[in-house]
Design a protein around this ligand. Structure first.
Ligand code: HEM
Length: 490
């Protein structure tokens, strides 16, 4: 025992006995004066922080991104991409969406694929999913959608009635539902799935030319998936199956990697493109805008402490760096507010100064006049002035033009989004169904029917099936038959 470091209280005083509480004699009650006991119990009571309101179940790892493209400066000012071979440290957090902490990570659910690049110009976060599209195209519907997916206010269970009721009034979700109930809806491991920025973002180059860009992280391990039955069996045995797999791979030195590719659209193409390029329920077909390889993302280190680096990670789609900015995608615009707000509630105002969140790629770190607040632990700016402008050589604005921008016309108001020539809610869902092989279609229909057949209301089922029919008549008819058969055999 004598060689071991000394156990202390929070205030640093040596602890003489960590096995026995102080008592009134050997057989008497415990004393209120046992500060070590009280402090230990009080700290224990405060170990949990609010879980993320969505994406609560997650796994994270560090690694690096290396540029393989000779030069992207004709598209973007982003320094991260300016030289072939350049490496930038990254942190990636994978997650499921609907389950609360402790729920199986093998659920049929989109997977979050949230990457932070610690660039020399600050943190750039791509907070995407393993799907190129989403259920909705306007952030105003997001809280209702999530309520329909999470626990019912009365039963406290996830309810197929709620999920399908909401869907039946949200035809724009047909594409994402088709994706989710298809084979890729449950990855075999976190290493065997792709990641997507999903939204359209804006790039700008040194000449002020602007482009629309989408990000795709293609797994180098190959796509592997689980069937609904496999996932239920594995998740029942081991709710942290994906977490365990990722950390085991990293500990074995088997470092997973993804090839980053982009689709780039010149700014002028957007108004006449056949789909609204800012509609998150749509993809840009590769034949319209082919993939361009940019670099490789490699994960090579599990964080030493899960809570410190994964639970406290605060990835935020509004973390941009010079050369990139938001598009008018309404979902993205809502997210620009939601994440920082969630993190100020979940972690507090000084969460940006935690090691996983601080801009460690920037020389000298973050420099600004934000001060104080709960847990200002890093010197809090010391003696430096806390206002600007000042005559004390404090940090000052760069004055650089961003070059970013969106040209707008019209009155403010609430509008249905602009429809482009081939836009409707079903066209890409139907296309996705039709590129599936027959066994894939069969599994898709079975998976949908497995869930939809549990719905108690006929009108909900009828409205939901109508969306699949609108995507493809055969698709809808097969879902209708499979639901009917399952309900009859119950
Ligand atoms: C307007 C719609 C949306 C809103 C309001 C919203 C809101 C949120 C909030 C509040 C969090 C928790 C953040 C935290 O506590 O750190 C979160 C997490 C997350 N969201 Fe969204 N979200 C939206 C849409 C999306 C979309 C479209 C995607 C993907 C394309 C997405 C991907 C994620 C991911 C990956 C996380 C977990 C980040 C992490 O690993 O810490 N969300 N979302």
């Amino acid at each position: 025992m004598s060689n071991r470091p000394r156990l202390t209280t929070e205030a640093g005083a040596p602890v003489a006995d960590n096995q026995h509480s102080q008592t009134a004699g050997a057989a008497g009650p415990v004393l209120l004066q046992d500060h070590h006991l009280l402090e230990k119990l009080a700290r224990f009571n405060r170990e949990r922080i609010p879980e993320r309101v969505v994406h609560a179940v997650g796994s994270g790892a560090y690694g690096y991104f290396e540029v393989t493209h000779p030069n992207l400066s004709h598209y973007t000012l982003m320094k991260l991409f300016d030289t072939k071979g350049k490496r930038t440290e990254v942190f990636l957090r994978f997650s499921t969406v609907a389950g609360s902490k402790g729920a199986p990570d093998t659920a049929r659910d989109p997977r979050g694929f949230a990457v932070r690049f610690y660039t020399e110009d600050g943190n750039w976060d791509v907070v995407g999913n393993n799907t190129p599209v989403f259920f909705l195209r306007d952030g105003i519907k997001f809280p209702d959608f999530i309520h329909s997916q999470k626990y019912d206010p009365f039963t406290n269970c996830q309810e197929p009635d709620n999920q399908w009721d909401f869907f039946s009034y949200s035809p724009e979700a047909t594409h994402q539902f088709t994706w989710l109930f298809g084979d890729r809806g449950i990855p075999a491991t976190l290493r065997n799935m792709d990641g997507f920025g999903s939204h359209t973002f804006q790039w700008v180059n040194a000449k002020g030319e602007r482009f629309w860009v989408k990000f795709h992280f293609k797994t180098d391990q190959g796509i592997r998936t689980l069937s609904s039955e496999e996932a239920a069996a594995i998740g029942g045995r081991d709710p942290q199956h994906h977490q365990r797999d990722l950390y085991a791979a990293l500990e074995r030195g088997e470092f997973p990697s993804w090839t980053l590719k982009v689709q780039v659209m010149p700014e002028a193409d957007a108004p006449t493109y056949r789909f609204n390029p800012f509609d998150l329920t749509k993809v840009w077909p590769y034949k319209d805008y082919p993939l361009i390889e940019v670099g490789k993302l490699v994960l090579n280190r599990a964080p030493d402490n899960y809570f410190a680096d994964v639970e406290q990670a605060a990835l935020d789609p509004s973390n941009f760096v010079p050369g990139i900015g938001p598009s008018p995608d309404r979902m993205l615009q809502a997210r620009l507010f939601a994440y920082g707000d969630a993190q100020r509630y979940r972690l507090g105002i000084n969460h940006t100064r935690l090691p996983v969140n601080s801009p460690r790629g920037v020389q000298g770190g973050a420099r600004n006049y934000g001060r104080d607040g709960a847990m200002a632990f890093d010197g809090n700016g010391g003696r430096h002035k806390n206002y600007e402008p000042n005559s004390y050589h404090g940090p000052a604005q760069s004055g650089d033009a961003t070059g970013l921008g969106v040209s707008v016309t019209g009155l403010t108001g609430t509008y249905v989004p602009v429809r482009h020539a081939e836009d409707n809610d079903f066209v890409q869902a139907g296309n996705l169904y039709r590129v599936m092989s027959e066994p894939e279609r069969q599994r898709l229909v079975e998976n949908i029917a497995g869930s939809l057949s549990q719905v108690s209301r006929e009108d909900v089922i009828t409205r939901a099936i109508a969306h699949f029919r609108n995507a493809d008549e055969e698709y809808g008819a097969r879902v209708a038959k499979a639901v009917h058969d399952k309900r009859r055999s119950r």
